[in-house]
Design a protein around this ligand. Structure first.
Ligand code: PMP
Length: 428
């Protein structure tokens, strides 16, 4: 296959510049929480393909299920000849999602597509156009989802205009002093100045901001949003694409709040490395569009459905929800200890839910000025030492942990030791 350097040169010549890669290495093979590059170097993977691999690279159950499906048929298009794995996955998602009411699901291929469809469904059901999203939220790179995404650089730069009737409210970001009360007051003002609640179809929010920096939504915020939605006939959409399927110690992160959304978008770790996504919701809402109004040639690909059913089974049979919670607690303690010893006053925050955890670096504790330079150095040093990390946050100064929940304690400990060495080197 060639060296990393040779492949990098070919990549630069052949692949559009807008697709960035965090690591200047090329994958040769991977297993659970480990990856080997084309030069044979081993890495521990704390990025999990951007939160896709809660069940690890090539989970044996997922691979077996996908292979078995490949031996039967790989594509018919559900819109031409339907197949059982699609129905079985929809049944499973309906059963797993919170809410004591009848549910239905739609399967698509990518997270952005799931969000697009959730908005379409909400509009068709409510017969209203508007959507309210939040600052620092991330919902995808298609034009509607970019309209919902609350960060200009690099996502929205140079590619507007975005669809109308999208409004933005401030996220209750304790890190930057925005309380739930502040956020709710701003939302109330928004509804008086621009976003006529009678014209709003949906409010969409990530239960834990993903790309935006792993800030969990406080329970009181969810409760208030639920009440506002109920008052005005607005649908509440939880975007669980990054937070779902065991990352936070629950199937869906919103379950920690006890609040039940009307629609949930899912993707990523639902299928352990295969491209599939979906919308789960109240049956009457999901049925708003007439036959033909939803779908896509590849939506709910049978191999990906089989993989998803196996990944979900692995989460169930291997107790990965409880393991995620335990892993989150031990990572938190390890980071607190590491921060105090190795980077006093520079690791400003350790936050998240369960094993959906991020640490944030600052120039000094008092001003809490984001330190993207230090963060980049930690990520680069870690890669050199054999650990794949990925940043997040509005200011590029947080590192998020998306290690497979199936990773052994030994591998996680080895990864954290590399993290510590990388941090020590960056501080020095
Ligand atoms: N919503 C959230 C919360 C996400 O984290 C992502 C992907 N990072 C998306 C939507 C978009 O998913 P995709 O990249 O599969 O289109």
């Amino acid at each position: 296959a060639g060296s990393n350097a040779a492949l990098l040169a070919r990549r630069e010549a052949a692949v559009a510049r807008g697709v960035a890669s965090a690591a200047p290495i090329f994958a040769a093979r991977a297993e659970n929480a480990e990856l080997w590059d084309v030069e044979g170097k081993r890495y521990i993977d704390f990025a999990g393909g951007i939160a896709v691999l809660n069940t690890g690279h090539r989970h044996p159950g997922v691979i077996a299920a996908a292979k078995a499906q490949e031996d039967l048929y790989t594509h018919t298009s559900f819109q031409v000849v339907p197949y059982e794995p699609y129905v079985a996955l929809a049944e499973k998602l309906n059963a797993l999602a919170p809410g004591d009411f009848a549910k239905k699901s739609l399967l698509v291929t990518t997270g952005a597509e799931a969000v697009e469809n959730a908005v379409k469904i909400a509009r068709a059901y409510t017969r209203r156009p508007g959507v309210i999203a939040f600052s620092a939220g991330y919902h995808g790179r298609t034009l509607l989802t970019l309209g919902l995404t609350g960060k200009v650089t690099p996502y929205k730069k140079d590619v507007g205009p975005f669809p109308g009737d999208i409004w933005r409210a401030p996220f209750p970001d304790a890190r930057n002093g925005i309380t739930v009360d502040d956020a709710l007051k701003a939302l109330d003002t928004l509804m008086k100045t621009d976003a006529d609640p009678d014209r709003v179809a949906a409010i969409i929010l990530e239960p834990v901001l993903g790309e935006g920096g792993y800030h969990p939504v406080p329970t009181e915020m969810w409760q208030a949003l639920r009440a506002i939605c109920d008052k005005h006939g607005i649908l509440l959409i939880a975007d669980e694409i990054q937070s779902g399927f065991a990352r936070t110690g629950a199937w869906f992160a919103i379950e920690h709040s006890g609040v039940v959304p009307d629609l949930i978008t899912v993707a990523k770790s639902m299928a352990g490395g295969y491209p599939i996504a979906g919308v789960i919701g109240r049956a009457e809402v999901m049925d708003a569009l007439a036959p033909g109004g939803l779908g896509g040639t590849y939506g709910g690909n049978p191999v990906a459905c089989a993989a998803a059913l196996a990944a979900i089974e692995a989460i169930e049979t291997e107790g990965l929800l409880a393991r995620s919670t335990a892993m989150g607690e031990s990572l938190r303690a390890r980071f607190a200890d590491m921060g105090a010893r190795v980077a006093p006053f520079r690791m400003w925050d350790i936050r998240g839910l369960g094993a959906m955890l991020a640490v944030e670096f600052v120039t000094d504790f008092d001003s809490a000025t984001p330190d993207a330079t230090l963060t980049k150095a930690v990520v680069a040093n870690a890669l050199k030492r054999g650990l794949i990390l990925l940043g997040c946050g509005m200011h590029g100064n947080a590192v998020r942990i998306m290690v497979p929940i199936t990773a052994s304690d030994e591998i996680v400990a080895e990864g954290m030791a590399i993290f510590e060495a990388a941090l020590a080197e960056a501080i020095a």
